[in-house]
Design a binder for this molecule. Structure first.
Ligand SMILES: Nc1ncnc2c1ncn2[C@@H]1O[C@H](COP(=O)(O)OP(=O)(O)OP(=O)(O)O)[C@@H](O)[C@H]1O
Ligand SMILES: [Mg+2]
Length: 313
């Protein structure tokens, strides 16, 4: 009887998720975990947000961490809340003592933050698979964990160490953990071009834009034509620039104040901006914002322009 179980974790800057493949008695189950939002809708990834209490004990991950943080934002000094933290590993000297800054700029050990997030995803995956079947031998699991192609070896090794601390594998079962480059993982899920084809896969994420260049050899194997490369110019940078623009626009710390006291509304506002820039059809958008204002944006030749702010009376 052939059986195998693989869980692949996509640990993203903005969103994370996992998929699993189970082969039991010749039948295969391939699933992407869906994450439920408060609104009731579900999505294939959940925000890469981790909440710890004041003793630095893990509280929540994903949508639940985000909702909880919105709820307790007035006492946020009693909590550590990390979002968009993955790229803090980029171009840093990686040591065991590396510290990450939370949204209130308070430091915590980086390995602790990453391993807490991975431990959550591991537990969630095992619970989900257990619900799917009682027959899978979960001690024989193979884990796949994605990293950006532009990360150097110390950063990749850091992810491996975080996975060990999270209990995905032990030192003895380290071969059961595959560290995969994000564009290579994206490539393996798609259609394989015919023999002789040379092609580029570009993965545009929240933190990075990275790419691989391969040629398909006879038999379907791939030959790497260029070393994987890319930059840290992902979508989160656009989101940050948007917030910077808001800061300048409202001046006197109004936007920071708004984000601090109304993080949920500020996030909704930013999410709305993200949807707006993704949509091809909508050319103009009005958003209700801070107390009595009404902002209008226009999209022209892929550029977004503020065109008016009206104050309601
Ligand atoms: N169609 C789109 N156009 C522009 N930006 C987009 C689009 N879709 C998503 N984004 C932006 O991409 C980011 C999220 O994408 P994604 O979930 O692929 O990133 P990630 O996997 O978390 O990041 P990474 O893989 O780089 O670590 C967000 O910053 C969002 O604003
Ligand atoms: Mg990604």
């Amino acid at each position: 009887m052939k059986s195998s179980c693989i869980v692949a974790i996509d640990f993203g800057t903005a969103y994370s998720g996992y998929a699993y493949s189970l082969t039991l008695n010749e039948s295969e189950v391939l699933q992407v975990k869906r994450w439920e939002q408060k609104s009731g809708a579900d999505t294939p990834k959940t925000p890469t947000c981790v909440l710890f209490d004041e003793d630095q004990s893990f509280v929540e991950f994903g949508y639940k961490a985000r909702d909880r943080y919105y709820h307790i934002c007035h006492n946020s000094k009693d909590f550590y809340y990390f979002k968009d933290f993955k790229m803090q590993l980029y171009n840093k000297r990686i040591t065991e003592d590396l510290q990450l800054l939370d949204v209130n700029l308070r430091p915590m050990n980086a390995l602790k933050v990453f391993s807490a997030a991975l431990r959550f995803l591991k537990k969630d995956a095992l619970d989900t698979i257990n619900k799917e079947t009682q027959d899978a031998d979960l001690t024989q699991l193979t884990w796949v964990l994605t990293v950006p192609a532009i990360w150097n070896n110390p950063a990749r090794q850091f992810m491996r160490e975080a996975a060990v601390q999270a209990g995905l594998v032990t030192e003895a079962t380290a071969h059961k953990l595959v560290i995969a480059l994000e564009p290579e993982a994206a490539d393996s899920s798609g259609h394989r071009p015919e023999h002789g084809t040379q092609y580029v896969v570009v993965n545009c994420g929240g933190g990075t834009i990275d790419m691989t260049v391969h040629e398909v050899l006879e038999g379907g194997a791939l030959k790497e034509l260029h070393k994987a490369s890319g930059s840290d110019g992902g979508g989160v940078k656009v989101d940050r620039q948007f917030r910077e623009c808001m800061r300048r626009f409202f001046c006197d710390g109004l936007w920071d104040d708004y984000e601090r006291h109304h993080p949920k509304e500020a996030q909704t506002f930013t999410d709305d901006f993200i949807c707006f820039r993704q949509a091809d059809l909508s050319r103009e958008r009005k958003l209700d914002f801070y107390r009595n204002s009404n902002i209008c944006w226009k999209k022209r030749r892929n550029r977004i322009k503020f065109c008016s702010v009206r104050w309601k009376v």
